[in-house]
Design a protein around this ligand. Structure first.
Ligand code: C2E
Ligand code: MG
Ligand code: MG
Ligand code: MG
Length: 283
C-alpha cells in the first residue's frame, strides 16, 4: 500500500517554509509602512538603585502599533528588521526619538537620568555608526554623558578590531556601553577585559530563579565579582520579586531593572513617574 501523504516530511516542511516566508514578506512590507506612517513608539523601563530607591536610567524599548493588527512584539519584528536591514532606519528613529524625549524631560527639570538604547549588529557594524550617533546627539542637543548603548556579546565578538576601535571612540566621546544579556554569550574573559565597557547587564534568565537555584545564584555572584574586578558597573535585568531584589543587594548588586519596580511604560506614564520621583527627591 502506498504511504499516506502526511508521512512525507518534504511536503510538510515546504508548507511550513512557505508560511514562514510569507510571514516574513508580510512583516517586511509592514515595517516599511510603519516607518513611513509613524507606527513605531517607544516605551521606557526604569533602572533603579535599590539602596537609594532612585531611578538612574531609562531603557528605550521599541513598540510597533501595526495598522489593523495592534501591538506587535519586538521578539517578532526585530529579527525581520535585522535580516532585511530595516533595523538601521528603525534604530535611527529609536535613537532620535529617545534623545529628544530625554532632552525634553531634562528641560522640564525632571531628574537627570540616563537613556539606554539597544543596538543591533548591523547598526554597530556600519562604517558611519559613530557619526550617526554623534549627529543625532548634536541635532537633539543631548549631552553624550546621558547615553548608554546596549550591545550583546555576539555583536561585540564579530569583528574584534572594529569593536575595539568603535567602543574606544564612543568612550572618548563620553558615551557608555553596557553588555546586554550578559552570561548568555560566549565572550572570553581575556577579550572582555580589553573591552572598554561601563556596565555588565546580567541576563534575566539567571535572575528569574536566583532564589531557588544554587547554580544561578553562583553564576550571578560570579558576574558581580567579575564586574568588580574589571571595575565595571553591574545591573540585574528582569527582577520580578522583592526577594530577588534583596538577594541581589546581599550579593552587592544594587542596580536593578524589572517588573518588581516597573514595567516598560508609555511616555506619558513615564513623565508622571519621573515627576513623582522628583517630588520625593526634594523631600
Ligand atoms: P532586552 O534589551 O534584553 O530588553 C529586556 C526585555 O525584557 C524587554 O522586552 C522588557 O520588557 C523585558 N523585561 C524587563 N523586565 C522584565 C521582568 O521583570 N520580567 C520579564 N518577564 N520581562 C522583563 P521587550 O520590550 O519585549 O524587548 C525584547 C527585546 O527586543 C529586547 O531585549 C531587545 O533585545 C529588543 N529590542 C527592544 N527594543 C529595541 C530597539 O529599539 N532596538 C533593538 N535593536 N532591539 C530592541
Ligand atoms: Mg536591552
Ligand atoms: Mg537585556
Ligand atoms: Mg534579555
Amino acid at each position: 500500500q502506498a504511504k499516506q501523504d502526511n508521512s512525507n516530511p518534504v511536503r510538510t516542511f515546504s508548507w511550513e517554509m512557505r508560511r514562514d516566508f510569507e510571514q516574513t514578506i508580510d512583516l517586511e512590507k509592514g515595517l516599511r509602512e510603519a516607518l513611513a506612517g509613524g507606527e513605531f513608539l517607544l516605551h521606557y523601563q526604569p533602572q533603579y538603585h535599590s539602596q537609594t530607591g532612585r531611578i538612574t536610567t531609562l531603557e528605550a524599548l521599541v513598540r510597533w502599533n501595526r495598522a489593523g493588527v495592534g501591538l506587535v512584539s519586538p521578539a517578532e519584528f526585530i529579527p525581520v528588521a535585522e535580516s532585511t536591514g530595516l533595523i538601521v532606519p528603525i534604530g535611527n528613529w529609536v535613537m532620535r526619538t529617545a534623545f529628544q524625549q530625554l532632552k525634553a524631560w531634562h528641560e522640564e527639570g525632571l531628574p537627570p537620568v540616563k537613556i539606554a538604547i539597544n543596538i543591533s549588529a548591523l547598526q554597530f557594524q556600519a562604517q558611519d555608526f559613530i557619526e550617526v550617533v554623534t549627529a543625532l546627539l548634536r541635532e537633539t542637543g543631548l549631552d553624550p554623558q546621558y547615553v548608554e548603548l546596549e550591545l550583546t556579546e555576539s555583536i561585540a565578538m564579530q569583528d574584534e578590531k572594529h569593536t575595539l576601535a568603535t567602543l574606544g571612540e564612543l568612550k572618548r566621546r563620553g558615551i557608555s556601553i553596557a553588555m546586554d544579556d550578559f552570561g548568555t554569550g560566549y565572550s572570553s574573559l581575556s577579550y572582555l577585559k580589553r573591552l572598554p565597557l561601563h556596565t555588565l547587564k546580567i541576563d534575566r534568565s539567571f535572575i528569574q530563579d536566583i532564589t531557588s537555584s544554587e547554580e544561578n545564584l553562583a553564576i550571578v555572584r560570579t558576574i558581580i565579582e567579575l564586574a568588580r574586578i574589571l571595575r565595571m558597573d553591574v545591573i540585574a535585568e528582569g527582577a520580578e520579586t522583592g526577594e530577588q531584589v534583596e538577594l541581589l543587594k546581599l550579593q552587592g548588586c544594587f542596580n536593578v531593572q524589572g517588573y518588581y519596580y516597573s514595567r516598560p511604560l508609555p511616555t506619558d506614564d513615564m513623565t508622571e513617574l519621573l515627576k513623582g520621583a522628583f517630588k520625593s527627591d526634594k523631600n
